[in-house]
Ligand binder design. Structure first.
Ligand SMILES: [Zn+2]
Length: 380
């Protein structure tokens, strides 16, 4: 068993670094110091203001990587935090509060202690464990995990197992692991018309009217019915505007944007084609640009899901569900260098909120699960 007091001490140390994205604020150097004592080698790959730490320990054949981020979102009004300081860990009975405790410094602390315990009793030749830690997950993600993935590719390192410590659980610790994520595609559309007096519509071309049937079709279309691992793909309009703010002018333009969260039944190109077909069907005069921020991905099914399921059941006594919902994650980059990949961490109910919270019992369970998982992967 990982010792509670030490686990909380390491978490308190990590929370104390004011690592608002993309600043690591000394947290990566702290982790470097921790793992160096265990015999690990460390490499930094940095760009712009982002620091990324790659840790390697052991010289076995199979590799498990723990991936995550030390950066946090801004705390908001500090005075509204329970002790007036989001970076000073607040522990009251089972309750733990502090910025980043759930997303995801708690998981990092849990993995560090699980690693320390595992390394103390296991021969170096039996395992290779890596840590891939970035300070740019909550921000643009341009200089974060994507850079470490390039490093792994350049050094021809393929991960057998990748465990992302993002907060995946919903109601109780152990209820959910993520086995993939949906893709994200945004379209920005301008529908052109002809402005004029509202009493003379025959002299104008009203873009609100011309877009209305296309919007209706786009918003009601069933894109697919989902599949075994994914919910149905969805298109949602996020913004729409047109008009001059007066009641006697037909506007000359309508601007809108919409976002797809899509599953593996679609590719980015197939979605674009279907949208174009609808816009063209209604003979709209338009300009459309796309921003594609993530492909959908799904782990290969191997032993990682099953061993995680066993470890979680052993510690929590719950049956884990495998899901792909939620926003995008750095798993979208890591899949390129990973045979199997899952995300498993703390509960996500309070992430990014004031008084972000976890509990001593959840944290202890998570450390035990990570610890058992390491033994199952490398020793069984
Ligand atoms: Zn996170």
């Amino acid at each position: 068993m990982v010792e509670d007091n030490r686990l909380i001490k390491v978490l308190a140390d990590l929370v104390a670094f004011e690592s608002v994205t993309p600043n690591s604020a000394g947290s990566l150097e702290y982790i470097e110091c921790f793992v160096t004592k265990l015999g690990a080698g460390c490499v930094y790959v940095n760009r712009n203001q982002t620091s990324n730490l790659i840790v390697t320990i052991g010289n076995g054949d199979r590799i498990l990587a723990f991936a995550g981020h030390v950066d946090v979102v801004p705390p908001g009004d500090s005075a509204k935090w329970i002790n007036g300081n989001p970076y000073q860990l607040h522990v009251d009975g089972d309750l733990i509060i502090g910025r980043g405790v759930a997303d995801m410094k708690g998981a990092i602390a849990a993995f560090l202690l699980a690693l320390e315990q595992f390394v103390a009793v296991t021969d170096l030749s039996q395992y290779k464990i890596m840590l891939l830690l970035t300070s740019d997950e909550e921000g643009s993600a341009h200089d974060g995990t994507i850079l470490m993935v390039d490093y792994l590719k350049q050094n021809q390192i393929q991960l057998n197992y990748c465990l992302v410590g993002e907060p995946s659980c919903v109601d109780v610790i152990g209820d959910t692991i993520k086995v993939g994520r949906r893709g994200s595609l945004t379209g920005s559309l301008v529908v052109n018309g002809k402005q004029g007096h509202i009493a003379y519509p025959h002299l104008c071309d009203n873009p609100i009217h011309s877009f209305a049937p296309a919007m209706s079709e786009l918003s009601s279309k069933i894109w697919d019915n989902g599949n075994e691992f994914f919910p149905a793909s969805s298109l949602q309009f996020a913004n729409i505007s047109s008009g001059l703010g007066v009641t006697n002018v037909i506007p000359g333009q309508l601007t809108t944007n919409f976002n797809f969260r899509y599953n593996t039944n679609h590719s980015v190109d197939s979605l674009k084609q279907e949208v174009l077909a609808i816009l063209n069907k209604y003979k709209l005069n338009y300009d459309l640009s796309w921003q594609h921020s993530a492909n959908p991905f799904l782990t290969k099914v191997g032993s990682l899901i099953e061993l995680s399921r066993q470890a979680i059941n052993q510690v929590c006594g719950v049956n884990v569900a495998c899901k792909t919902d939620g926003g995008t994650s750095d798993g979208r980059f890591l899949i390129e260098v990973s045979d199997e990949i899952i995300e498993f961490g703390l509960r996500n109910a309070s992430i990014h909120q004031l008084n972000e919270a976890t509990s001593v019992s959840d944290l202890t369970k998570l450390a035990s699960i990570y610890s058992i998982l390491l033994c199952k992967i490398f020793n069984d």
